[in-house]
Design a protein around this ligand. Structure first.
Ligand code: ADP
Ligand code: MG
Length: 686
């Protein structure tokens, strides 16, 4: 078998430089190359009549050539061959530049099949440099009827990619080793009537007819779902083998709830009950709590921590940013200290001395609950007796981080909290190893945020409306445009925006700036000024996205909102609408396509995060939505959770049956699968 894990530099014509360029398309190995699927096809099958052509249309024609009219060469300039072709309905002028040899091939009476763009010019219909073949026996078979169109970057030419893929497929075909090349279990191929892998790859790239393409697609969608599901479920069985720490904290949690300054919502109570059940179970808890921004997930987290401490053990809570960790630290201290629970903060910006002291206290068990950022897991933190681990805003965490933390204790219970709501079925798929709880109710008295999408021309009036709120004593956020893939540019945009606002529209107001390149201390200072009301307006990059809680802030302006995904806009918007006053969110956008504006308008219509993320999912796919884009296993190339639900369902059944029979994939017939799986897991290690 050709080793598909070989780098593409093993191919003829691919040197180190080209290899680099291919990396931009995420093509590293031969397998990557084969799985770089066309994003579309150019269908050249339908042969049109000249009479029916429209201006600008790309199409196939079959023509007979008139006796040659013109043949010209402009000195050293481009050569030109111009001729008239005709079918039984009309004629069209064909121009070839720079192909002088054509005048040898084409003469009056020659029959051609051409594919090109048709233009209506002063002399009637024309086409320039079309693809063509002579309609004789020799060439007829070389007509490619359906051409692949690939996603490209600017340094890679289409022709080059086509050639590489074609050659590789040819090499594989010559080996005639279908069985060895296959990566799915034979029983499943037979049962689902899937076509062979090599055939599927050949037809997805170079389909001969629609049916072959359909069969190929089906097989590849199945394959993609199969490896996604088996990876997730394989892990799940591993979790199940562990022994959980028994925690009984019902009484203490009741006490905690009664001490709250508000009544927990019904949804919060239900989820807390589910968590308490897990903590008494025989396997470690592995639960995802989903709840829209502001639904009160922290209360659930605190309940779990109370149970941990009631069981004479420690709890840990992780947040994606230091600001959020500090805020959690303050919240947890406020609610848990009165119950006699000690809370410690452990972040990357502690002085080495303080960090060491804190670590020591944690090790000795003098701290009951530790709040921190990644630093908690990144360094040598030993716990005295860790039983509950909570990660907040999970969609921002790598799966790997979650795992490292849970390895710190003796199989601690894990609670994952996410504000990006996902349909339950999808959650199961994406987080195959987690049970799912949903907080589907908001605390009483919340006023829905009023959201408006506004074109840039209305910018001044938007800021006037902001001022009205500021004059009433409220505060506001301005979120800077997101500039892709460049933190420095993001930063410049933020500084620039603050500068312009404070010189012009908002010159009478106190404005602060918050961005990702500031040190933690700087960020914390600005946040404190904003929380204390010393700053009225906070200009920020997307670092405000998560968690921040300032109830007096009631206005948010998002600049260039068209650059954000819906779920992210919803997250951002969740920073306001947290207090008693009516809140307003303005989505400023540049001139955008109708579809983009429609997408933004979804934000006006609903405050329901579930609905919004469902829309986002339809539009952008799950990888991007959950920050899993870079995670190869989740990076679906051809399968689609919505379009291919029935295939997914079947795959789910098949994988379940397969793992039921052979949970560790140890049977002889599953050996190869096991090897492929290990290979994948290693490459996309989490
Ligand atoms: P999120 O789910 O976005 O993490 P938080 O846990 O930060 O939400 O809660 C948002 C705000 O709502 C906090 O100020 C919190 O104290 C408050 N809150 C939580 N639960 C309730 C409740 N049942 N009734 C009233 N306010 C609540
Ligand atoms: Mg939160």
């Amino acid at each position: 078998m050709e080793d598909l894990q070989e780098k593409i530099s093993s191919l003829k014509g691919v040197g180190p430089k080209k290899q680099q360029r291919f990396l931009k398309l995420n093509i590293e190995t031969l397998e990557d190359l084969l799985y770089h699927f066309p994003r579309d096809y150019e269908d050249r099958r339908e042969i049109k009549k000249v009479r029916d052509l429209e201006d600008g249309e790309k199409t196939t024609l079959e023509l007979q050539v008139h006796p040659l009219k013109k043949r010209r060469a402009f000195g050293k300039g481009p050569s030109l061959l111009q001729l008239v072709g005709q079918d039984d309905t009309g004629r069209i002028v064909i121009t070839f530049f720079n192909q002088p040899y054509l005048s040898q091939m084409i003469t009056g009476g020659t029959k051609l099949r051409v594919y090109g763009e048709v233009k209506r010019g002063p002399r009637g219909l024309e086409t320039t440099n079309p693809d063509f073949i002579l309609l004789d026996e020799k060439q007829k078979n070389h007509w490619q009827e359906i051409l692949p169109i690939y996603p490209l970057t600017k340094d890679i030419r289409h022709k080059e990619l086509v050639k590489l893929i074609k050659n590789l497929l040819q090499t594989l075909k010559e080996k005639r080793d279908d069985e060895n090349f296959e990566n799915l279990p034979k029983a499943l191929i037979d049962e689902n009537k899937l076509c062979q892998r090599l055939m599927a790859l050949e037809h997805i790239h170079f389909p001969k007819q629609a049916k072959g393409l359909k069969v190929a697609k089906y097989r590849l969608v199945y394959e993609e779902f199969f490896f996604l599901m088996i990876t997730l479920n394989f892990k799940k069985t591993k979790v199940r083998e562990q022994q959980g720490i028994f925690l009984q904290g019902d009484k203490e949690v009741q006490g905690f709830l009664q001490a709250l300054p508000f009544e927990a919502t019904k949804a919060q109570k239900t989820v807390i009950e589910e968590v308490l059940q897990d903590l008494k179970g025989s396997v470690p808890m592995s639960r995802l709590v989903q709840g829209d921004v502001g639904s009160g997930k922290t209360v659930v987290a605190m309940a779990a921590l109370v149970a941990a401490v009631a069981g004479k053990s420690q709890g840990a809570m992780m947040a994606p940013t230091e600001i959020l960790a500090k805020q959690h630290y303050e919240t947890l201290s406020r609610f848990l200290n009165p119950l006699g629970i000690s809370v410690g903060l452990l972040t990357g910006s502690l002085t080495p001395k303080n960090k060491k002291m804190m670590q020591e206290k944690i090790r000795e068990g003098k701290i009951d609950v530790v709040v921190g950022t990644h630093a908690v897991i990144g360094e040598k933190v030993g716990f005295h007796n860790l039983s509950v681990v909570i990660t907040d805003e999970q969609h921002r965490f790598g799966v790997r981080q979650r795992k490292t933390l849970s390895e710190k204790g003796n199989n601690p219970h894990v609670l994952v909290m996410s504000a990006t709501p996902i349909p339950r079925t999808l959650a199961y798929i994406l987080y195959g190893d987690l049970e799912v709880s949903v907080i589907d109710e908001m605390p009483k008295g919340r006023k829905p945020i009023e959201t408006k999408t506004c074109p840039m021309e209305e910018r001044d009036s938007v800021y006037e409306q902001m001022k009205e709120e500021l004059n009433k004593g409220r505060q506001a956020y301005v979120v800077c445009p997101l500039i892709e893939e460049s933190e420095t540019l993001d930063l410049n945009a933020a500084i620039d925006l603050q500068d312009r606002l404070s010189k012009n529209i908002l010159k009478d107001y106190k404005i602060g700036l918050l961005h990702g390149k500031m040190t933690y201390i700087e960020k914390a200072q600005v946040m404190k000024q904003f929380t204390d009301g010393e700053l009225q307006v906070l200009v920020s990059t997307t670092v405000v996205e998560v968690g921040v809680d300032v109830p007096n802030a009631t206005v948010m302006v998002i600049e260039n909102a068209e650059r954000f995904g819906l779920a992210q806009l919803h997250q951002l918007r969740g920073r306001i609408g947290r207090g008693e006053h009516q809140s307003y969110c303005y989505l400023l956008h540049q001139q955008v396509k109708e579809a983009t504006r429609k997408r933004l308008e979804i934000m006006e219509k609903t405050n329901d995060g579930f609905l919004i993320s469902e829309k986002d999912l339809e539009i952008r796919g799950p990888g991007e939505l959950f920050g899993l884009r870079q995670h190869g296993i989740y990076n679906l190339k051809i399968a689609n959770f919505f379009r291919h639900q029935s295939i997914l369902k079947k795959v789910q059944q098949d994988v379940k049956a397969l793992l039921q029979e052979d949970p560790k994939l140890q049977l002889e017939k599953n050996r190869k699968l096991r090897r492929i799986l290990n290979q994948k897991l290693q490459r996309y290690r989490d």
